[in-house]
Design a protein around this ligand. Structure first.
Ligand SMILES: [Zn+2]
Length: 324
């Protein structure tokens, strides 16, 4: 059974802070993860699979649970060495099977769902005509046009077509004059799931200009550290942190594998009703978790109003229909 790759598109509802772990750069105290090659902010796959696992566990009642006097927690790392994960494969645990577990030799499973990094597909910037969403050949995976783009802007949406000049924050660009008909084809690379008001305001720039626009228009906030003992603000404890702004469209892939020919130890993977663990089932369990990104968020600083993301292309599952 061939693995199935599903691209997900997600819109940030709050700013998202996925930190590098406290390394201090010149610009801010708490910087976000970037791709070393492109310098563009990204969200590592592990920062997507971690909360997805926790939320699938919540939805399927495997967050903390008990059976025959044993306590399990299928969310998180499962304690030291994963001993808190139930690791049940027959019937298949909706958390341990899609996301994996390790309970020692002969009793471990790499998750049947693999998560890849989220990249910025469309980035919102304030301009003189209101918000516009910027993208680049690399972001759209439109490599065929990467070579001839100038340091100008190419309108992809109706609302930006008439402009001869446009500012992206403080960066001002002129409209391109050449190759506009070739660029027209690229509109098809903008996924259907993207809301129409965003599509109307998409602007393409080169792969050199794109990181400059993104990095100079990130959200930078200042906050104050609270002393955990007294609950009071610590003196001289102001810190700044950066975040991907709200309204950003992200793309990430999840690869789904079937568990039909898997054995763990000497056990086949089976569902409660005796059916095989197929790709559709794995995807449904993961999407139960992705659904909650919109409510509970991802990344750090969730208590400061950060982190909510709406995944735009979750499958509508009619569970009653499936069970009949
Ligand atoms: Zn489990």
């Amino acid at each position: 059974m061939k693995p199935y790759v599903k691209p997900y598109y997600a819109m940030t509802i709050d700013p998202i802070h996925v930190g590098t772990g406290g390394t201090r750069l010149e610009r801010v105290d708490l910087s976000i993860v970037r791709d070393p090659a492109t310098k563009l902010p990204k969200i590592p796959g592990s920062s997507i699979s971690g909360p997805a696992r926790a939320y699938t566990a919540l939805e399927t009642k495997k967050y903390r649970w008990e059976e025959n006097g044993r306590e399990y927690s299928c969310a998180g790392r499962g304690g030291e060495g994963g001993e808190k994960h139930c690791g049940m494969v027959n019937p298949a645990c909706p958390v341990c099977v899609p996301y994996g577990f390790s309970k020692g030799t002969g009793n471990s499973l790499q998750g049947l769902a693999q998560f890849f990094d989220a990249h910025i597909l469309l980035f919102p910037v304030a301009s003189m005509i209101g918000p516009v969403w910027v993208t680049s050949p690399l972001a759209l995976e439109a490599y065929e046009i990467a070579d001839f783009l100038e340091d100008r802007f190419y309108p992809l949406g109706k609302q930006v077509e008439a402009r001869e000049n446009l500012n992206f924050g403080w960066i001002m660009l002129e409209k391109a004059k050449d190759n506009l008909e070739k660029i027209d084809q690229i509109k098809k690379k903008i996924p259907e799931e993207i809301p129409e008001f965003i599509k109307q305001r998409v602007v393409l720039v080169s792969d050199t200009v794109f990181p400059k626009i993104v990095n100079s228009n990130l959200e930078v906030r200042t906050s104050v550290s609270i002393d955990p003992d007294t609950g009071a603000a610590e003196e001289k404890a102001l810190f700044t942190y950066e975040a991907i702004p709200r309204g950003t469209i992200l793309k990430f892939d999840v690869v789904y594998n079937s568990g039909e020919f898997f054995k763990v130890g000497d056990k086949d993977l089976k569902l409660q009703d005796g059916r095989n663990v197929d790709i559709q089932w794995v995807k449904e369990q993961v999407e139960e978790g992705l659904k909650l990104f919109e409510v509970l968020g991802i990344g750090g600083m969730n208590t400061r109003g950060m982190g909510r993301v709406r995944v735009l292309n979750l499958e509508e599952v009619n569970k009653d229909a499936r069970e009949n």
